[in-house]
Design a protein. Structure first.
Lengths: 111, 113
């Protein structure tokens, strides 16, 4: 059974801090790892990673995948209060179009 | 911008009632999914569909049923709601290429009294 573990479960930072979120996984026939941001409603897509060692970047957010050690990190620099959300990590297996999600990391950014 | 809609957003009902949660998407996606999410817990897949007249049960056992008569519509039905069904239900869809990128609806928060 596919397994996705995120850490920490929650954290509180102040505006301007840098945040690093971790996601480790076990999946047979790995295809991709995805990060989502969930505020009070629908999760929204952030990144999809398929290749090891290649950083994906979007503004202050970046993510990288290590397929050898089976983990990914999501970094948020210069955090803002609008970054407060639950960040979800999910993995997809080849020929299986369903995602297995972790429990998420709740990030609270205080002004 | 994703165009996937769920109704209602919130629903409070009594035990034993039959309910249908609606989900529609206008993107022409073949693949659609229902996830259940409790606070602080993982999203659990309860049903999915890879196209019209195709439905499968997900990893989490559920007493609900689904139908897929039209590409854009994927309703979820509970024949007799119980307090254990209280949860958030999220509908999602993805493109046929199956790259795993899901588009989510805003969810239905169901409370069964």
């Amino acid at each position: 059974e596919d397994k996705v573990v995120q850490s920490p479960l929650s954290l509180v930072v102040h505006e301007g801090d840098t945040v690093t979120l971790n996601c480790s996984y076990e999946v047979t026939n790995f295809r991709s790892l995805l990060w989502y941001k969930q505020e009070k409603k629908a999760p929204t897509f952030l990144f999809m990673l398929t290749s090891s060692g290649i950083e994906k970047k979007s503004g202050r957010l970046s993510s990288i995948l290590d397929k050898k050690e089976l983990f990914s990190i999501l970094n948020i620099t210069a955090t803002q209060t609008g970054d407060s959300a639950v960040y979800l990590c999910a993995v997809e297996a080849i020929n299986d179009y369903k995602l297995s999600f972790g429990a998420g990391t709740t990030v609270t950014v205080r002004a | 911008e994703a165009d996937i809609y769920q109704t209602p957003r919130y629903l409070v009902i009594g035990t034993g009632k039959k309910i249908t949660l609606e989900c529609s998407q206008t993107m022409g996606h073949d693949k659609m999914y229902w996830y259940q999410q409790d606070p602080g817990m993982e999203l659990h897949l309860i049903h999915y569909s890879y196209g019209v007249n195709s439905t499968e049960k997900g990893d989490l056992s559920s007493e609900s049923t689904v139908s897929r008569i039209r590409t854009e519509h994927f309703p979820l039905t509970l024949e007799s709601a119980r307090p254990s069904h209280t949860s958030q239900y999220l509908c999602a869809s993805s493109e046929s290429r199956g790259e795993g990128k899901l588009f989510f609806g805003s969810g239905t928060q169901l409370s069964v009294l």
